[in-house]
Design a binder for this molecule. Structure first.
Ligand SMILES: NC(=O)c1ccc[n+]([C@@H]2O[C@H](COP(=O)([O-])OP(=O)(O)OC[C@H]3O[C@@H](n4cnc5c(N)ncnc54)[C@H](OP(=O)(O)O)[C@@H]3O)[C@@H](O)[C@H]2O)c1
Length: 270
């Protein structure tokens, strides 16, 4: 499978790294990247070929992943359109809708919208995928295999669900880091040294997540299991509940989804 990436930044590098670990050959991977320094780095780090702009080689690709910022998508797609052959085009940009991408590509509709997240860097990502009904099963499998190199993949039935995926798992690692920061701060304020505060916070998030996955139980049940009446956990949860922390998390994630929809309107309008 020959794959090209348009944009060789953080997410492209994470996916390329994952693909190479999974046994894909660097000789089959190419990156179109505008920055000369980034091109040199990509060649040195991964041994892939790096190009300044899309050209005739794009016609030989089986898949092309557009991995530029949402505000750069239009220009990247317009430049790619004339060189497309048989490739499945996968966009990983937040907010950008398939109808807009297809228009920018000159009416090309073999496209999949994907939303990965940064744990892809350590092969622990999760990617939401959407394609409309005209995209054949073989193309869906191709997208799944490609993004599956860096973690789990989940298909969604409605394109609007991808705005929720951006908000939940795309931006999600930041919410987890935010919570880790809070736990670490508390540990330090309780007199624990910074290195041990970090170790405790990280091991707790890692362990609790692994436990939740292993047990497959509802998180509310798992929480109830460690909350004894009159105990320390109950006191802590009462403080969080009184401050409406859970409701604020929900509100924050809905705000992120709204921003994804706005980005679709803002960057997709022409
Ligand atoms: N980071 C995340 O957590 C995350 C998660 C899921 C999805 N995404 C999506 O992934 C996309 C990429 O994010 P990123 O963090 O990897 O961004 P990034 O590090 O800025 O990478 C994009 C790269 O593409 C280059 N570029 C811009 N226009 C180009 C063009 N027309 N042709 C070729 N190269 C071009 C950029 O160069 P310049 O820097 O010179 O502009 C930059 O090096 C975004 O749309 C984002 O929504 C990101």
């Amino acid at each position: 499978m020959k794959v090209a990436f348009i944009g060789g930044g953080n997410m492209a590098a994470a996916i390329i790294g994952g693909m190479l670990t999974k046994g894909y050959s660097a000789a089959d991977l190419a990156v179109v990247e505008v920055s000369p320094e980034a091109r040199v780095k990509l060649v040195a780090q991964f041994g892939v070929s790096a190009l300044e702009a899309p050209g005739a080689e794009m016609a030989r690709m089986d898949a092309i992943v557009i991995a530029v910022k949402p505000q750069q998508m239009r220009a990247a797609a317009v430049a790619l359109g004339p060189h497309l052959g048989k490739a499945l085009v996968i966009t990983i940009a937040a907010g950008i809708r398939l109808a807009d991408l297809s228009r920018w590509l000159g009416g090309y509709s073999r496209c999949v919208r994907a939303m990965p997240n940064t744990p892809a860097l350590v092969h622990a990502g999760v990617t939401g995928l959407y394609a409309d009904a005209s995209v054949p099963a073989g193309d869906r499998l191709l997208a799944e295999r490609l993004l599956g190199a860096v973690g789990r993949t989940l298909w969604f039935d409605r394109e609007t669900d991808l705005d929720a995926v951006v908000a939940v798992s795309g931006s999600g690692p930041a919410y987890v880091f935010y919570a880790i920061e809070a736990v670490e701060t508390a540990a330090r304020e309780l007199g624990i040294s910074p290195d041990k505060a970090r170790a405790l916070a990280l091991a707790t998030f890692d362990g609790a997540t692994k436990l939740a996955i292993a047990r497959g139980e509802d998180p509310a049940t798992l929480r109830a299991n460690v909350t004894s009446r009159g105990g320390t956990t109950e006191r802590a949860i009462a403080v969080l509940d009184a401050a409406g922390v859970k409701a604020k998390f929900v509100e924050a994630i809905k705000a992120a989804a709204q921003r994804s929809r706005e980005m679709g309107d803002e960057f997709g309008k022409d």
